[in-house]
Structures are given as structure tokens and as C-alpha cells.
Design a protein around this ligand. Structure first.
Ligand code: LHQ
Length: 263
């Protein structure tokens, strides 16, 4: 049997979920997204789980949507809908991360891109190794930030900085991400696993009620329309994906060249 695309380990109240497709920089496919959702549901049910850590195996956190799989899915049916792909997968994971009334921490090693970054931004906290880098990536394939990134990015980094990062897909390092408020802490890369575990552990020694109710209060104060927004974001993405730039962007990525978009 092949190894799971999402590894789970549990120690002293901390459930660690590890994206595990390192040869593809942990690009997210349907199987991995479903496994993430199931693991988050497990974390919600299981009293012994006090904190969740999300991380990536190998040299990156996640490169976002597996573009090869996406291309194949889209080619497989004329009725394939980008909006439904988002609604039935990433959006459910984002909603679960937010509704899970326990801390969810992303531990960022190497690169986080596309909807991989979106999931990290939907988490409560982010700790990064000093080798970490983030790039939105969507604009390079003619898309808008999805998986809630059009909301969480401006919320964390501010409207102008968020829009700039989304438009340019500039790659920024961990220190810049920290300066912009996109990550809470930066640690030296080799210490990230231990530092992330200790960070997570520090939330097991405090009032679980205070943690969960504070998360609920922040959600209600700042994200009261999250579900409706994710739905609308998916609709706009459908519009973006209907143009010619997505296919050219994905082809250019596969051919390791710059895209030549229609003007
Ligand atoms: C990949 C990927 C990948 C497959 C690296 N897929 N193989 C919503 C709605 C509709 C449609 C699509 O998606 C979405 C949500 C999204 O997430 S859209 C954004 C999708 N993500 C991207 O566009 C990022 C694509 N990747 C990159 O730009 C680079 O790989 C980054 C900047 C992440 C890392 O660059 P490098 O460190 O130079 O690594 P690399 O490019 O050499 O990648 C390593 C391998 O992983 C490579 O395979 P190879 O066989 O050549 O070694 C890549 O092809 C593969 N890979 N990302 N998303």
C-alpha cells in the first residue's frame, strides 16, 4: 500500500497533520484535501486533541492545487466546475479550520503557495522556519486568490499590501512575512519541528474554554460572513477560470517558461 498523503501523529494533546507528497512539494489533490477534512473532523470529536499543527514533509509546506490533477479533472468532463471544485474541497477545509474551537497552527517550512498558502492563512497562528517563503501564485495562472485568501490576506497584511502580493505573486521570505503580520513567529529552520511542537504545547496548559470561546468571538467579530464569502469567491474564480489565461498559465508552468497571456 502506498503511504498516506496526510500523516497523523498525536502526542500530549497535540495532533500533527503532515501533507505528504514531498516529490510534488505537497501539491494538494482531491485525496489530500478529503484526508485533511476528515482529520479536522477527528480533531473536533476527539477530546484528547487540544491543538492541531499543520505542516509539510520534505522541502516545502504546500505548492497549492496539484495543477496536473486539476488539468486532468477539467479535461475529464465538460461539466467540471472550478467553483464546485472549490466549494466541495478547500472551502470545506477552511470552514472546518475556523469552526474547530481549538488552536490550529501552521508550521511553515520552505515554500507555501496557492491554496496551500490559503489554508495556512486560514489557521489561527503561523510559525515559520527562516527558510520559509510565500507566494500567492494565482495571478501567474490567471486566477484570483481562493480558499479564503482574498479575505485572510488583506485581513492579516492590510488591503494594499495584500492586493500587491496577490497581483504580483512576489515571493517573500519568512522575515518579510513576519513584518507584514502574515506569520506570528520565525525560528531557525532546523528547529522548526521542535519549536512548533513547543508552541502548540504551550496552548495545552491554559484554559481550553477561554481558547475556544476566544476563537468563537474572533470568528464572529471578524468573519461573520465567511461561508457566504467563500461561496462568492468561488463564483468569481469560475469567471477567472473561464478565460484563456488559466490554460496558458498551467501550460507555461508545466513547460517551465513565462506565460504569454492574451492582452
Ligand atoms: C507541482 C506544483 C503544483 C503540480 C510544484 N502542481 N506539481 C484553484 C482553482 C482552479 C484551479 C487551480 O487551482 C486552484 C487553487 C490553487 O492553488 S492555484 C495555484 C496553484 N499553485 C501554483 O500555481 C504554484 C505552482 N508552483 C510553483 O510556482 C513553484 O513550484 C513553487 C514556487 C511553489 C516552488 O518552486 P521551486 O522551489 O522552484 O520548485 P519546483 O517548481 O521545481 O517544483 C518541484 C516539483 O514539484 C516540480 O516537479 P519536477 O518533476 O519538475 O521536479 C514541480 O512541477 C512540482 N510542482 N508545484 N502546484
Amino acid at each position: 500500500m502506498s503511504e498516506s498523503v496526510l500523516l497523523r501523529s498525536q502526542h500530549a494533546g497535540v495532533l500533527t497533520l503532515t501533507f505528504n507528497r514531498p516529490e510534488k512539494l505537497n501539491a494538494l489533490n482531491v485525496e489530500m484535501t478529503a484526508a485533511l477534512l476528515e482529520a479536522l473532523e477527528f480533531a473536533e470529536r476527539e477530546r484528547a486533541v487540544r491543538v492541531v499543527v499543520l505542516r509539510g514533509s520534505g522541502r516545502g509546506f504546500s505548492a497549492g492545487q496539484d495543477l496536473e490533477e486539476f488539468f486532468a479533472l477539467r479535461a475529464s468532463s465538460s461539466r467540471f466546475s472550478v467553483a464546485e471544485h472549490l466549494r466541495g474541497g478547500y472551502n470545506l477545509a477552511v470552514l472546518k479550520i475556523r469552526s474547530l474551537e481549538k488552536p490550529v497552527i501552521a508550521a511553515l517550512n520552505g515554500v507555501a503557495a496557492g491554496v496551500g498558502l490559503s489554508l495556512a492563512l486560514a489557521c489561527d497562528l503561523r510559525i515559520a522556519g527562516d527558510d520559509a517563503a510565500i507566494t500567492l501564485g494565482f495571478s501567474k495562472i490567471g486566477l484570483i486568490p481562493d480558499g479564503g485568501a482574498s479575505l485572510f490576506l488583506p485581513l492579516l497584511a492590510g488591503f494594499g499590501r495584500g492586493l500587491e502580493l496577490a497581483w504580483t505573486s512576489d515571493r517573500i521570505d519568512a522575515h518579510e512575512a513576519h513584518r507584514l503580520g502574515l506569520v506570528n513567529r520565525v525560528v531557525t529552520a532546523p528547529t522548526l519541528p521542535d519549536e512548533a511542537a513547543a508552541y502548540a504545547q504551550s496552548f495545552t496548559g491554559v484554559s481550553a474554554a477561554a481558547l475556544s470561546l476566544t476563537k468563537r468571538a474572533f470568528n464572529r467579530a471578524m468573519l461573520p460572513h465567511l461561508a457566504a464569502w467563500l461561496d462568492e469567491e468561488a463564483r468569481i474564480q469560475e469567471e477567472a477560470a473561464a478565460g484563456p489565461d488559466l490554460a496558458e498559465g498551467i501550460r507555461a508552468f508545466a513547460e517551465k517558461r513565462k506565460p504569454a497571456f492574451a492582452r
